[in-house]
Write a protein that binds this ligand. Structure first.
Ligand SMILES: NC(=O)c1ccc[n+]([C@@H]2O[C@H](COP(=O)([O-])OP(=O)(O)OC[C@H]3O[C@@H](n4cnc5c(N)ncnc54)[C@H](OP(=O)(O)O)[C@@H]3O)[C@@H](O)[C@H]2O)c1
Length: 319
């Protein structure tokens, strides 16, 4: 019965993305009881919303958590808050603006120098820019923050994750990607009129494509790579970027912890171990397309990888 209702919610979209979907589906879930003692987890965008909730959940399971933030005061405050509530005694933080490739390289250098093992990488940082802006490095901010930075950080850390295997990479994407196909010729969003939601959704589509590519490249290494979407959660990011949507849907939005549940589950659960290359929502793999219109050709994937390599200065090829 639950699975019939679940299918109906998948088709209708809105109820499934809302807190109604979460409440119906969680009735069949087991609590996450796995211990993450001795596991090192890196969470980007850990100072707010879903990233903060995921980091709190993982620290509660005993993981040594490294919070990546960009604002020193905010990051220190969140670190203190999570450390006070955590079962793990090790909650550390790193600072980096993840829209800047130079800062990502610095962050990766520090992590590789200081962490002999990284077991989980959660690429969660992301923003919807209502106006087109460009970083000091000349990259469209939507692309830089939501896709290019994830691409570079992940590629730089993969060798350490492989060395630490079994290890897991989790990419936090969005159901908004159902409406968009990747556009390699317009990655910088400088062709035609800029529409923030569409530009955002294309980067989220890109994360799903990269997830599948990394999963293929890392097959047999013990490193799994999955994407997830949280549904609609009441976070500072939604309040800021989508104020009208937030006002209308507020009673139906998930809490940050509810939105982050599948992040924590993918990072910790025995059930998720070994599953790779999938797109998850509420602890179940979901289709990556709802219409043929959003499908890309295989050549577009290779072109995406090459374009991201060039823009980020990644010269390591694939794995
Ligand atoms: N909430 C939802 O309903 C929803 C739905 C679908 C997908 N998502 C995805 O979930 C993820 C988290 O979103 P959220 O709703 O929790 O938003 P949020 O409350 O705005 O949190 C976003 C996090 O990303 C960080 N961040 C943004 N740009 C950054 C940069 N250039 N460098 C370093 N950190 C940066 C933010 O840092 P500051 O604290 O310094 O701002 C913050 O910690 C995003 O990838 C978003 O696309 C959310």
């Amino acid at each position: 019965m639950t699975s019939l209702i679940d299918k109906a919610m998948d088709t209708a979209i809105a109820p499934g993305f809302s807190n109604i979907g979460y409440r119906v589906r969680r009735r069949s879930w087991e609590p996450i009881t796995e211990s993450l003692d001795g596991q090192t987890v890196v969470v980007t965008g850990a100072t707010s919303g879903l990233g903060k909730a995921a980091a709190t959940g993982l620290a509660g399971l005993g993981a040594d958590v490294i919070l990546v933030g960009r604002n020193p005061d905010k990051t220190a405050a969140v670190q203190a808050e999570i450390a006070a509530a955590a079962r793990s005694t090790t909650v550390r933080s790193e600072l980096a603006d993840l829209s800047l490739m130079s800062e990502i390289r610095g962050l990766a250098d520090r992590l590789l120098a200081e962490e002999s093992a990284i077991h989980v990488l959660i690429n969660n940082a992301g923003t919807l820019f209502t106006e087109r802006t460009v970083t000091p490095e000349g990259i469209d901010d939507t692309l830089a923050t939501n896709l290019l930075g994830h691409f570079l950080l992940t590629n730089l850390l993969i060798p350490r994750l492989v060395k630490s295997a079994p290890a897991r990479i989790i990419n936090v994407t969005s159901g908004g990607m159902y409406g968009q196909r990747i556009s390699v010729s317009n990655l910088q969003n400088d062709l035609g009129e800029y529409k923030g939601s569409a530009a955002y959704a294309r980067t989220k589509r890109g994360q799903v494509i990269l997830t599948e590519m990394w999963a293929e490249q890392l097959r047999d290494t013990g490193v799994t790579v999955n994407a997830m979407h949280p549904g609609w959660a009441d976070t500072p990011g939604v309040v800021k970027s989508l104020p009208t949507f937030h006002k209308i849907t507020k009673p139906f939005l998930r809490t940050p912890a509810e939105g982050a549940d599948t992040i924590v589950w993918l990072a910790a659960s025995g059930e998720a171990a070994g599953r790779t290359g999938l797109f998850w929502h509420d602890r179940r793999p979901r289709p990556t397309h709802k219409t043929k219109r959003t499908r890309e050709r295989p050549e577009a994937r290779t072109a995406l990888w090459d374009a991201l390599s060039e823009l980020s200065g990644w010269e390591g090829g694939d794995f």
